[in-house]
Design a protein around this ligand. Sequence first.
Ligand SMILES: [Zn+2]
Length: 319
Amino acid sequence: MPELPDIRLYLDLLRPRLIGATLDSASVRGVSLLRTFDPPLDSAETARVTHLDRIGKRIVIAFDNEVRFIVHLMIAGRFRWSDAPAVAATGLPRGGGRIDQAALRFSRGTLTLTEAGTKKRASLHVVLGDAALAAFNPGGLDVFTCNERAFESAIKRENRTLKRALTDPSILDGIGNAYSDEILHAARLSPVTRTHALDASTCAGLLAAARETLESWTRTLRTEFDLNHDGTPLGPSNPGRFPRAGEITAFRLGFAVHGRYGRPCPACTTPVQRIMYAENECNYCPRCQTNGKLLADRAMSRLLKGDWPRTIEELEDSR
Ligand SMILES: [Zn+2]
């Protein structure tokens, strides 16, 4: 799932391409993507893009006639950009393949929303006016603007595991499965530690780790896609390189633990471990984060009730 660094990158790359452009036509495939019918999808046609924004992991495209497109990419949704002007006025571009779910044809090029896989979860809402945007805000704190006290109070509102507290969009903003693993590794905290067990200085350390992790990956992505560190274009004729399919990924070279099961922790070389749950996997280093304890590899909910007798030493013996 695209998370805060990916969403910021998309916004950085879309702003110079879309702001000031007019929408020539919009089309969607099938019924699963478009979740609203009033105002209709074509209500933004001939309107000009005034700004782009973010609500949690959702991207908002705002037009000068008050129409707002709200896109949630979910797990497999991605954007593709083509500078080529739209050839056909309606329908999805030829040769795009079945993963193309929507095409927004602007005066400067075409923005296509793709979604691979059989489960179509991405969504597009069309609403009128900024007041309608509030309903889409899950209410999570932005780690870059909140203070330590607000952060501590948010993650302790309920006694959650750290993994769940970090990834709950009503607690924190824009953090998903991948970056929560990276943040917890940077903070040297176990994913199953309960938030009520944290003292103030540990919470402050976690907030600092979240900021550092998200900021440093945002900078890395901006460099990779030819932008300045602050997300601005390198120059007026260079709006940055738009990512190809597969370049917005939850598995980045350079991650410490996420997606690196069995591979050495970059800090201590201990093999990275995992907990499987739902459709996800949580990765952690048992030496850096759990005092050598292995968290049994079964459903998270069962794990949290049990204890974990196996140790890192047993793991090393069994290899
Ligand atoms: Zn380690």
